[in-house]
Ligand binder design. Structure first.
Ligand code: HEM
Length: 429
């Protein structure tokens, strides 16, 4: 790790660095407001320099090529356990350098996404039954009911912020229904979730780290109490899977709580983004919106195309467990690697008309849910929610158009989503 520590919380800035020069200031580029508004032209320019690039300042390898990411995301030589990151979040160096960050990442560590091999499989196995096809089909009526409830509160003819009225509350309520958490807690949970989702951003200010730490403690306290109150109840939901795993010793207490927190955070904003970004893509391509109305059978491929074109989560982390050669670059053991999914999903070497939005695109090998052992466990749920969301919204409204400029959230690097999407909607054509 060189002088600019990647996890110190303040963006490394280097005077005179330019994207076109030899020396790229990656973190300045990735956090630049214009980039956050529309990252794709810059990502293409960076991609043209090579599929794998090393940032000397932070010691991070950036992956922008589809083939390279496909290989490394699935390789057992590349893990997701940040304890193997030399000089990373769990190192003594980092403990001295940033004690708050060290405590935060340590308390967030014991969960499936941060473990590899047997440890990872042991944790993931607990939740796998909840995401199988049969379990998903049982959820359809509940998700449809939640979507209808939200749509009933929206106007028949008028203006609405689609994020606030529909895209944000639907995934949160669905997730809480899965854990049987009452809707009186929706606001609290979404506040905890908003503080914690930043952990995926790598670069956090000291204040954001403290906020995330408070949220993590409160969230764990809440869940500890839920488990205590509900451990003798015979429920049939995700909370029961967690409680059972705790009771039979599959998970220890901290693993139980951290995995629960993570599930509730991971499944929320990501799906809000999928629904919000998907709607914006359709509105910006009225021909494709009409095509979807004419042929609702295209909903499945349309959702894959939303995920490809606007992945929402833009960075996927790996740590090299051994030296790994990929596309002419050797990644040494202990080095962190970040896949830039916005570039990977639009790699011209892999996709024809990579920047074109085509809701009927076939063989859509997008990497928005990651790859290999850590491939998103909640992907079937996110896809199902999006299908129901779009069928319900397009079913109710014959007419939808932008009522003002969409607002991208510009305060995060790894969550490209909309803060507001003002729409004019009408049930009549
Ligand atoms: C559009 C929505 C979603 C997106 C874009 C998304 C994206 C991701 C990504 C990129 C990963 C890491 C994959 C890797 O490292 O290769 C991941 C893992 C994970 N996701 Fe999702 N996710 C979404 C929805 C959900 C939902 C709905 C849930 C739960 C209800 C969820 C729970 C998880 C969990 C627990 C992991 C860790 C899996 C493991 O390490 O084995 N996600 N997700």
């Amino acid at each position: 790790m060189t002088e600019h520590h990647p996890v110190e919380g303040n963006l490394p800035k280097t005077a005179g660095a330019s994207e076109d020069g030899h020396d790229i200031d990656w973190w300045s580029i990735l956090s630049d407001r214009d980039f956050l508004e529309n990252p794709y032209p810059t990502l293409h320019r960076l991609q043209a320099r090579g599929p794998v690039q090393f940032d000397e300042r932070s010691g991070i390898y950036f992956v922008l090529g589809h083939k390279a990411f496909g290989r490394l995301s699935k390789s057992t030589a590349m893990g997701r356990d940040t304890r193997n990151w030399l000089g990373g979040w769990t190192s003594d160096d980092y403990r001295q350098h940033d004690p708050v960050g060290f405590r935060l990442f340590s308390e967030f560590q014991p969960q499936m996404i941060n473990c590899d091999g047997d440890e990872h499989r042991r944790m993931r196995k607990v939740y796998e039954p909840a995401f199988r096809a049969q379990a998903m089909s049982r959820l359809v009526p509940m998700i449809e009911q939640q979507a209808s409830r939200l749509l009933a509160a929206m106007p028949d003819d008028g203006q609405v912020d689609f994020i606030e009225a529909f895209a944000a509350p639907l995934p949160l309520r669905v997730l809480c229904e899965l854990f049987d958490i009452p809707d009186s807690l929706d606001v609290t949970i979404s506040q905890w979730s908003a503080s914690l989702i930043r952990i995926g951003d790598i670069l956090m200010t000291p204040e954001q780290k403290r906020e995330a730490m408070d949220a993590l403690r409160d969230f764990k306290d809440f869940l500890r109490e839920q488990i205590r109150q509900r451990q003798d109840k015979q429920e049939n939901n995700l909370m029961r899977l967690a409680i059972q795993a705790r009771l039979d010793g599959t998970l220890d207490e901290d693993e139980t709580l951290t995995n629960l927190v993570s599930m509730l955070v991971a499944g929320h904003e990501t799906t809000v983004t999928l629904i919000g970004n998907g709607m914006l893509l359709l509105l910006r391509h009225p021909g494709e919106l009409e095509r979807l109305r004419q042929d609702p059978g295209l909903t499945r491929t349309a959702i894959e195309e939303f995920l490809r074109m606007e992945p929402g989560g833009n960075m996927i982390l790996r740590v090299a467990l051994e030296d790994f050669d990929v596309e002419g670059t050797r990644i040494p053991k202990g080095a962190p690697v970040i896949g830039l999914i916005g570039a990977i999903n639009r790699d011209h070497a892999r996709f024809e008309r990579a920047d074109e939005f085509d809701i009927a695109r076939q063989a859509n090998a997008q990497f928005t849910f990651g790859g290999g052992a850590h491939f998103c466990i909640g992907a079937p749920l996110a896809r199902l929610e999006a299908q129901i969301a779009f069928s319900s919204v397009l079913g109710k409204y014959r007419h939808i158009e932008l009522a003002g400029p969409p607002e991208w959230r510009l305060d995060r690097m790894n969550a490209r989503g909309l803060g507001a999407l003002p729409l004019h909607v009408r049930t009549a054509a």
